[in-house]
Design a protein around this ligand. Structure first.
Ligand code: FUL
Length: 473
């Protein structure tokens, strides 16, 4: 019995076995945690601008302008699915105020157009198609409305709330709701005092699991640019007191990197278009980003712990153009080929702690749910050993963020024999951190956490050899 108790005591005293981690909050909510796992999804800008070749409509366009000849939301979903995207967010209403659903609260909608004799409803078609294809459905509803007669008066806030209610009631569940902060931009634009608190309360009451995007969340923040690039240092934390979406937002570099001591969990989403514009313009057909360019964006967004919201605008027929779909599939193939062979799985894993070597491999077992708790990180090292040597140019690190984000700085040492041939310093890890470098023949890779807020829980340390042309320059 005594011997049995001794064994139990010994096991419990092993690092990472039972000691509670001292983790600093805030932590993500369940819907936010699920959001992180979405990683990559599509944005769809579609509406009168598709037919007028504008980016910002005036709100005075005749409804008949909107007339896709062959709208096929199932085609969008088929392509999204084949590209490995997990959902679609559509411009239900852009700044021109035109509603892609027959809203009771506007007279500038699909109902007033000739399209399907006024019986068409893009939100209905897309929400159904998303369900059919197992994609999450999200909605961008622009608060700025250049058409609505009540815009610029307090009564407009009521209109906006009613539209939100209508969308949730008829097309839900809505996974992500997207608000930008535009407000009467340009000369002579009417300004609106948005009742953001009311808008947020409305959504929370009817759909508490929906994540709301705006410059400042409350669940997801803008990354501070429209190029799809998150900060190399990227905290999922943000202070929002005194800030609003739009002109009242924090500086863009704060949005890009987050606040290290931020009070709220508000991770960054990188919105970027596959073409120069957000809406489809024929003259941009030759300017669709290549699979390689999309892969680089992936490294700079998902690879820096953010999510990638890639805009793929349907054309005037109402389908995704072949050039875009070819690029998307190429992008998917590059991700698949690059991250197919995780060399860590066959490496020898060692956890070094306070002079001892433990044969523990939770930090590199291919399962992001299992992790290593290094207790006092200043005494800990994570080792992968390769025999024979392996050529690698990419390391993917993951931190268990369920309870919070901890790593401030880490070092990767690439060794050949006893020699450190390369030392890489990185800052935050978060949901995922992809590091690339010119290929090195390694016999070992060592990860050391050099600074952290609380106990960093490392859940994956993957190693790959990807195509040399794809590494981040
Ligand atoms: C911005 C808008 O002004 C652009 O037209 C586009 O919709 C972009 C995604 O958000 O705020």
């Amino acid at each position: 019995m005594i011997r049995f108790l001794f064994v139990i005591f010994f096991l419990l005293s092993l690092p990472g076995f039972s000691q509670p981690a001292k983790i600093q909050k805030p932590a993500p909510t369940k819907p936010q945690l699920a959001w992180h796992d979405m990683e990559f999804y599509l944005f769809t800008h579609f509406g009168p601008n598709t037919f007028t070749d504008k980016e910002w409509g005036e709100g005075t366009e005749a409804e008949d302008i909107f007339n896709p000849t062959n709208l096929d939301c199932r085609q969008w979903c088929r392509i999204a699915k084949a590209a490995g995207a997990k959902g679609i967010i559509i411009t239900a209403k852009h700044h021109d105020g035109f509603c892609l659903w027959p809203s009771k609260y506007s007279t500038h909608t699909v109902r007033e157009s000739k399209w399907k004799n006024g019986k068409g409803d893009v939100l209905k078609e897309l929400s159904r198609a998303c369900k059919e294809y197992g994609l999450k459905f999200g909605v961008y509803i622009s608060p700025w409305d250049r058409n609505h007669p009540k815009y610029g008066t307090a009564a407009y806030n009521e209109v906006f709330v009613n539209m939100i209610r209508e969308i949730f009631a008829n097309y839900g569940p809505i996974w992500e709701l997207w608000w930008d902060g535009a407000n009467g931009e340009g000369p002579n634009g009417k300004k609106q005092v948005y009742d953001w608190d009311r808008f947020k309360r409305t959504v929370k009451a009817i759909s508490p699991n929906t994540v709301i995007f705006s410059d400042v969340g409350p669940q997801v923040r803008w990354v501070g640019n429209e190029n799809g690039i998150a900060g190399q240092t990227n905290w999922n934390l943000l202070d929002t007191v005194g800030f609003t979406p739009g002109a009242g937002a924090p500086p863009v570099d704060t949005l890009n990197r987050g606040n290290i001591h931020g009070k709220n969990w508000i991770p960054a989403e990188c919105d970027v278009s596959i073409r120069p514009g957000w809406f489809y313009h024929k003259e941009e057909d030759e300017k669709v980003k290549t699979p390689e360019q999309l892969f680089h964006l992936y490294l700079k967004s998902v690879g820096r712990g953010a999510n990638l919201l890639l805009n793929v605008p349907p054309n005037r027929r109402g389908v995704i153009d072949e050039k875009d779909s070819v690029a998307l599939i190429g992008f998917k193939n590059l991700r698949e080929v690059s991250f197919k062979n995780n060399l860590s799985l066959t490496a020898k894993k060692e956890f070094h702690y306070d002079g001892m070597i433990y044969k523990r491999g939770e930090f590199a077992d291919g399962d992001p749910k299992t992790f290593q708790n290094p207790l006092d990180y200043t005494k800990a090292d994570f080792w992968l050993k390769f025999d024979p040597v392996k050529s690698i140019n990419c390391v993917v690190l993951k931190e268990l963020i369920e309870k919070g984000q901890q790593v401030k700085e880490a070092k990767l040492y690439l060794l050949t024999g006893a020699d450190v041939v390369k030392e890489i310093t990185l800052t935050t890890i978060g949901h995922k951190r992809i590091v690339t470098f010119p290929a090195v023949d390694v016999s070992a890779v060592r990860l050391t956490i050099t600074d952290a807020k609380g106990t960093p829980l490392i859940s994956e340390m993957e190693t790959y050899l990807i195509n040399e042309n794809l590494i981040e320059k």
